[in-house]
Design a protein around this ligand. Sequence first.
Ligand code: ATP
Length: 444
Amino acid sequence: MDDLVALCKRRGFIFQSHEIYGGLQGLYDYGPLGVELKNNLKQSWWSSMVYDRDDVEGLDASILTHPNVLKYSGHEDTFTDPLVDCKSCGLRFREDQVPEQCKGEELTEPREFNLMFKTNVGPIDDGSSYAYLRPETAQQIFTNFKNIIDSTSRTLPFGIAQIGKAFRNEITPRNFIFRVREFEQMELEFFVNPGSDEEWHEKWVESRKQWWVDQGIESSKISLLNVTGDDLAHYSKSTIDLMYEFPHGLEELEGIANRTDFDLGSHSKNQDELDIKSTITPNNSSNAKLAVKDITTNKLIVPYVIEPSAGVDRGVLAILNEAYTVEKLDDGKERVVLAFKPHLAPIKAAVIPLKKNNNDLVLKAIELKNTLQKLRVGRVVVENTGNIGKNYRKHDEIGTPVCITVDFDTLDKGTVTIRDRDTMQQATMDIKKVPEHFKDLFLS
Ligand code: ATP
């Protein structure tokens, strides 16, 4: 973990937020390379969830959330963690995360601490007009259910996907970007006929595990955990967590829950007219009936929902961890490589003029960079520092799949040298063939 954190700072992937003022715990900023990696991961999720399927729509809802949403969802009452104080050092911890040095000390009785951030809305600050920063993206998917059905004419089964920020006032944020107070989630709510929920749950567990493997995570490092007892959320009939071997231990990367009809049932009006199976709070505030008509029986049904919910930041950490490789070279030296899958690499190619500031070489390099950039596969850069060896090392370390060197042969014969990150093999190629090669690498 220490090596990863150091590399992330040195190369501009991830920084501690507000570092110049001493930092604020549990918050991180994504730098020039981090934002590319994160965007690529989100784009890959969106493509597989929305574009590659014919049964999912997208949504981007507000972060500030009406208190009623989080009242009826159960978050106001139950979104809590047990908090204890160490009487010796005065520090506070989540009950299950008391560090070794405080374990022998006297601790206070645990008390429930709500993890939601509350904020004032509008100019009057008397506590009467407030909203929450959403603790999960899911709730606004449920509250938009009718809007989306009405505007798209979807029938079951179908899903709604959303990527966005979520906020939790974690008692002890830790392990770099693993447990933070502001993070991003990629969530799908997949609505199904009651009775087909268990089958869909299994399908989604398989499909989500495969997606992480496709992002470069070794299959053997992901295990499935059947969540039971107190760990099972109040809304869930069954939850399977995808557990990944993070640098600090085996922990949750994504949870796939069968939320039954709890959420739509909880947010619906006229609940008595609907055959809601879950235990819900009576709702007199909602103005929408969140149900669909069964075309064969003409009866209203409240769909069950399967929710694959993944953390973007935990995904980035897992992917960095998988990609991080230290290789021994023939000359006895070492090289660090981030062996990202090409679609996730922050920079797709570096175009390097052999001699720094040689006008003809630099112009040719810029021209090639612009041609490749127009293919819209991601960021391409020109490295005009004149030190080929150092540039290769740098781009290995930030995971750039190819380096393309523009030299005097490029001017005389129209050829460039292409170097592969993983094999370090170099090949001479006609400059006209580079775009095709590039497309093969990133678009196939
Ligand atoms: P944990 O048990 O680790 O606190 P959780 O079960 O509360 O997680 P969920 O409510 O299932 O998490 O949230 C779905 C996903 O959101 C998690 O799988 C994780 O990837 C991500 N996530 C949740 N809390 C955090 C956090 N504090 N920091 C970063 N990512 C988070």
